[in-house]
Design a protein around this ligand. Structure first.
Ligand SMILES: Nc1ncnc2c1ncn2[C@@H]1O[C@H](COP(=O)(O)OP(=O)(O)OP(=O)(O)O)[C@@H](O)[C@H]1O
Ligand SMILES: Cc1ncc(C[n+]2csc(CCOP(=O)(O)O)c2C)c(N)n1
Ligand SMILES: [Mg+2]
Ligand SMILES: [Mg+2]
Ligand SMILES: [Mg+2]
Length: 327
């Protein structure tokens, strides 16, 4: 199969989005849009950085590559519509394996009614995916990070630390039989759920600041605090974790839930007067929701995040976490 046959092979034969005028098959894609805001994001997945052939099957690579991108749309309040895929294919990957990556894309794109409308195919030494997603959101419902205000409630969806726990189970030398809920943690690592349902369910709330957790809670909370120029206080004991999470070494538990990343949960802030609406949205979207802290209303704020631990002094939670260029 050559490059052009490959493209023919992965093209969709019908489109779900009615706004599409031209998908794949010309020099570029064309879609029409009139009243909503268009939201665009790109995230890459690189062999031996984001995954190894030991930790992920090809299907998972495609699934997670698109899930990470959809998560950024959810973090802006946008509904996913389109995606484009740049792929560099090494000679030692079979066409069957590449097809399975695309089966991963198809599985999750199907779920959100998304269409593949373009991309690029090249050969290379390592498998690299560069995915671009496009979504839409109503003008006054964009969930910028800079929207946090004094006195807001700080919340997070789901459980934190699961993804790195899953990676640990996949890579550590100790036998998996020693652990409970192995399949759960591995699934959370390989096939994370972007919180689109929750993001749509909170549409009735006028102001929410939101960030998705790709680099860890500490990093993402600092991004909200810096962008909004507020101080955030987080309660250590309120961080939600899976009932079996306490089976891992204490140090790892702490490391993964604050600095691990790849959980793709949503972290945000909302006015206390809208908290009950948020709870209702969590209920109807079947999403776990936890109140984990608050935005300080003191005057001397500096865009920092602090961690409150029972019986111990308050410490600053620095912007540490997964960082590609920390060298
Ligand atoms: N190489 C680049 N060129 C142009 N803009 C970039 C580049 N890398 C990142 N950005 C932009 O910087 C901002 C922050 O990107 P970042 O990747 O940190 O956010 P994210 O996608 O939410 O996190 P993550 O990649 O950890 O999932 C975004 O606006 C992004 O588009
Ligand atoms: C084999 C293997 N080794 C390490 C990791 C951990 N990891 C890689 S990228 C990342 C943060 C998010 O990246 P980005 O900022 O690009 O979204 C994390 C936690 C992994 N998943 N697989
Ligand atoms: Mg990114
Ligand atoms: Mg993000
Ligand atoms: Mg990152």
């Amino acid at each position: 199969m050559d490059e052009f046959q490959f493209i023919k092979h992965i093209e969709q034969n019908f489109y779900r989005q009615s706004t599409i005028r031209k998908g794949t098959g010309d020099d570029a894609a064309v879609f029409t849009q009139n009243y909503q805001e268009t939201v665009v994001a790109k995230d890459m997945l690189v062999e031996n950085v984001h995954f190894s052939r030991k930790t992920m099957e090809p299907f998972h690579i495609g699934y997670k590559g698109l899930a990470a991108n959809i998560s950024d749309l959810a973090a802006m309040g946008a509904s996913p519509a389109f995606y484009l895929v740049g792929i560099s294919i090494p000679p030692n990957w079979s066409i069957k394996e590449i097809e399975d990556i695309y089966n991963g894309f198809k599985a999750i794109s199907n779920h959100y009614g998304m269409d593949l409308i373009g991309g690029d195919t090249v050969s290379g030494n390592e498998l690299v995916l560069s995915v671009t997603v496009i979504g839409f959101v109503n003008k006054n419902r964009i969930r910028y990070r800079h929207l946090a205000k004094d006195g807001d409630v700080v919340f997070v969806t789901g459980h934190l630390g699961d993804s790195q726990a899953g990676l640990h189970l996949l890579t550590s030398a100790t036998s998996m039989e020693r652990f409970n809920d192995v399949d759960y943690f591995i699934h959370r690592h390989r096939m994370p759920t972007p919180r689109v349902k929750f993001s749509k369910a909170i549409e009735t709330i006028p102001r929410v600041s939101l960030n998705d957790i790709s680099d860890g809670l500490a990093s993402e909370a600092n991004e909200i605090a810096e962008a909004s120029q507020v101080d955030i206080i987080i309660f250590d004991k309120k961080i939600p974790s899976h009932p079996s999470y306490n089976q891992f070494p204490l140090n790892d538990q702490k490391k993964w839930k604050y600095f691990g990343g790849e959980d793709f949960e949503l972290l945000g802030t909302v006015s206390p007067s809208d908290w009950s609406k948020l709870e209702e949205a969590a209920r109807i979207s079947d999403t776990r929701l936890s109140k984990i802290g608050y935005v300080s209303d003191k005057k001397d704020r500096s865009g920092r995040v602090y961690l409150e631990r029972t019986g111990q002094s308050r410490i600053q939670l620095k912007k540490e976490g997964y960082n590609h260029l920390s060298r």
